[in-house]
Ligand binder design. Structure first.
Ligand code: FAD
Ligand code: NAP
Length: 313
């Protein structure tokens, strides 16, 4: 019986692991299906985490995190969790290898995955000019031209963010009307360095050994145009990794909103006692390493009190 099961070993899960074990919980396991580190290990550079000065890749940045946790007693089981359920007061963690672990409390930190738009070259040049994070990568295109794909709130807000850094932003959307809030659309239309390219889809992003050099787009009349951008940002929606909360009857173990995000309060508590969620998968997450780590710490401090009260009452 674990004091706490942490599911997911990205910045949220690792920080939760560090705070729970350092805070006195002795029996904590982090279930991570791959190497710990999370999505940021895909990034060629991180420069917006406090204290980071100089160039460091996401992989190198995350390297010391697991060792720091192990020092305080966190155990890592490399396995995919398939489901979490609650039986009375006890959580059951179902794993891909067919085994089940029981725990007094659970912190879910399985993150989210930005969708890919599906055009040629997108996967090959991902991380070398193709990005799904303007806050993370926008600065690399300071004073340069970039393209943004999508017509929702994220695409338009990120286009406005990029327009402050880049010399020009091409906003490419497959229809002639946007999903985004009307005032955001107005701000985009008024922006001097955002060019709207509507009724158009990206056909192919291409580049060389240094990264992206251009994007070919096609409009609804079949006309093809090349734009010489160095960065292509796709914002075509996000999938929250919430499947492990699905129960046998098709319902979620705890409250999940219409976007699939786990509903939490300010202390990362879900609607189920003893179940916490942290990082990119929780309601309105800023989707940054620093906020994921902060969530992990908040959830861990709550878990310590919860387990203490449960075992000593
Ligand atoms: P994640 O990092 O997504 O970690 C979730 C973990 O859970 C993964 O390791 C996954 O393997 C594991 N997992 C999922 N399902 C299961 C399961 N069923 N069983 C077991 N394990 C499971 N943020 C910044 O602040 N600055 C940046 O510069 C920056 N750059 C980025 C660049 C790229 C290319 C990407 C993709 C993201 C970037 N981000 C950046 C965002 C940042 O990576 C995320 O906000 C952060 O990693 C979220 O942390 P998390 O712990 O919530 O989730
Ligand atoms: P979204 O609303 O689902 O928008 C995705 C956009 O990408 C749509 O415009 C869609 O086009 C386009 N798209 C999807 N697949 C594509 C493809 N393969 N190729 C080209 N274009 C494609 O996603 P989101 O913008 O990430 O927003 C998600 C939710 O979060 C929304 O409810 C949004 O309101 C909310 N959100 C709110 C705020 C805020 O309130 N400030 C900020 C960010 C997000 P179509 O329009 O043609 O379908």
């Amino acid at each position: 019986m674990l004091d706490c099961a942490i599911i997911g070993g990205g910045p949220a899960g690792l920080t939760a692991g560090m705070y729970t074990t350092r805070g006195g919980l002795e029996n904590v396991v982090m279930f991570e299906k791959g190497m710990p580190g999370g999505q940021i290990t895909q990034s060629s550079e991180i420069e917006n985490y406090p204290g980071v000065v100089g160039e460091i890749s996401g992989m190198d940045f995350m390297m010391p995190w697991p060792a720091q946790c192990q020092k305080f007693g966190l155990k890592h089981e490399m396995v995919e969790v398939t489901r979490v359920s609650k039986d009375g007061d006890i959580f059951k963690i179902y794993k891909e290898d067919g085994t089940i672990t029981q725990a007094h409390s659970v912190i879910i930190c399985t993150g989210s995955a930005p969708r890919r738009a599906g055009f040629a070259g997108e996967d090959e040049l991902f991380g070398r000019g193709v990005s799904t994070c303007a806050t993370c990568d926008g600065f690399f295109y300071r004073g340069k031209e970039v393209a943004v794909i999508g017509g929702g709130d994220t695409a338009l807000e990120e286009a406005l963010y990029l327009a402050k850094i880049c010399s020009k932003v091409y906003l490419i959307h497959r229809r002639d009307s946007f999903r985004s809030a009307p005032n955001t659309v107005e701000r985009v239309k008024k922006s001097a360095n955002i060019e709207l390219i509507l009724n158009s889809i990206p056909e192919e992003v291409y580049g060389d050994a240094m990264g992206v050099t251009g994007l070919r787009i096609k409009n609804s009349s079949g006309e093809v145009r090349d734009i010489q951008v160095l960065g292509v940002f796709t914002f075509v929606g996000n999938d929250i990794n919430n499947k492990i909360l699905l129960q046998e009857d098709g319902s979620f173990l705890c409250d999940v909103n219409k976007h699939g995000e786990v509903v939490v309060d300010i202390n990362m508590r879900t609607s189920v006692a003893g179940l916490f969620a942290a990082g990119d998968m929780r309601l309105s997450a800023p989707k940054q390493v620093v906020s994921a780590a902060g969530d992990g710490a908040v959830a861990a401090l709550q878990v310590i009190s919860y387990v203490d009260e449960k075992l000593n009452s």
